[in-house]
Design a binder for this molecule. Structure first.
Ligand SMILES: Nc1ccn([C@@H]2O[C@H](COP(=O)(O)OP(=O)(O)OP(=O)(O)O)[C@@H](O)[C@H]2O)c(=O)n1
Ligand SMILES: C[C@](O)(CO)[C@H](O)COP(=O)(O)O
Length: 253
């Protein structure tokens, strides 16, 4: 007599991982002609290397089970820090490659395909635990996943080409246009597959998912969650972080 088929083993609830691509060189952050001593994510902002602010925000989110920082091969920054974060020197030539390599590392350390991963730029050091929680709340029951993003606040122009470069070619409709931010949150298995299919030029995780015919959820982020990209962004990031650290002045009765 054959034994009855065994009941399928129920999947354990998905966990939430954070993956921080931190392997860039910050070429646009270097002022024309000036050489930066360290990549932008390690430059001091409001008393700490920029990436430490980013990591502190994720460390405050209780639902994040584990966090992996992806740095460039040979980068020894975290060897000189007494920080509790897991670090993998598996950064690639592009951001997409750094993320794909980091996902591989997460799998090797026990992550499963149905776990969630929140990918977040090291250079978005102003993200807050509340914004991270808002993304998780909005996406954890979603079939695809999603990203923080901001509706376009300004009038949108396209630039001419050739002899018309530097001049407006057209004013484009901005309704329904959003600026993609991070974190971007997807199932680890799905994202890994999407990045394998996608070309290296995809500039965010959502684009790789979209290329599979799926539609990531847009979750409203904040203008303060900007990416430090150009030299002038450092002073703005510092001002915002310092304003958060300052004790609020009480208003006299
Ligand atoms: N090969 C790369 C390129 C970028 N990043 C990371 O991806 C994030 C967003 O990228 P971006 O702001 O473009 O950083 P850089 O590539 O360093 O900047 P630039 O393009 O100006 O050189 C950054 O935290 C950066 O460290 C990465 O992990 N691996
Ligand atoms: C992922 C990202 O921050 C979303 O806006 C952005 O696409 C990164 O682009 P970059 O050219 O690598 O800075």
């Amino acid at each position: 007599m054959s034994s009855p088929p065994s009941a399928p083993v129920p999947l354990s609830p998905p966990r939430f991982f954070a993956l921080i691509p931190c392997a860039g060189v910050g070429s646009r952050a270097i002022a024309a002609g000036a050489a930066a001593a360290v990549p932008k994510q390690y430059q001091p902002v409001a008393g700490q290397p920029m990436v430490m602010h980013t990591l502190a925000a994720f460390a405050s989110v209780e639902r994040i089970a584990d966090l992996l920082v992806v740095v460039a091969p040979g980068d020894d920054f975290f060897e000189h820090q007494s920080s509790p974060y897991a670090v993998s020197a598996c950064g690639g030539a592009t951001r997409a490659e750094s993320v794909a390599n980091g996902l591989h590392d997460l799998f090797e350390h026990g992550a499963r395909g149905h776990d969630w991963v929140l990918v977040h730029d090291a250079a978005r050091c102003l993200v807050t635990p509340a914004q991270i929680d808002a993304l998780i709340d909005a996406c954890e029951a979603d079939a695809v996943g999603g990203l923080l993003a901001l509706p376009l606040p300004d009038t949108l122009k396209s630039e001419g080409e050739g002899a018309a470069a530097g001049r407006v070619a057209a004013t484009l409709p901005r309704a329904g246009k959003w600026l993609a931010q991070t974190p971007q949150m997807f199932r680890i298995g799905l994202l890994s597959q999407a990045l394998q299919n996608a070309a290296d030029e995809v500039t965010d995780e959502a684009s790789a998912i979209e290329a599979m015919g799926l539609a990531p959820r847009l979750v409203r982020g904040s203008a303060q969650n900007f990416k430090v990209t150009y030299p002038e962004d450092f002073a703005l990031a510092e001002a915002v972080l310092e304003s958060r650290q300052k004790p609020r002045r009480s208003i006299a009765p």
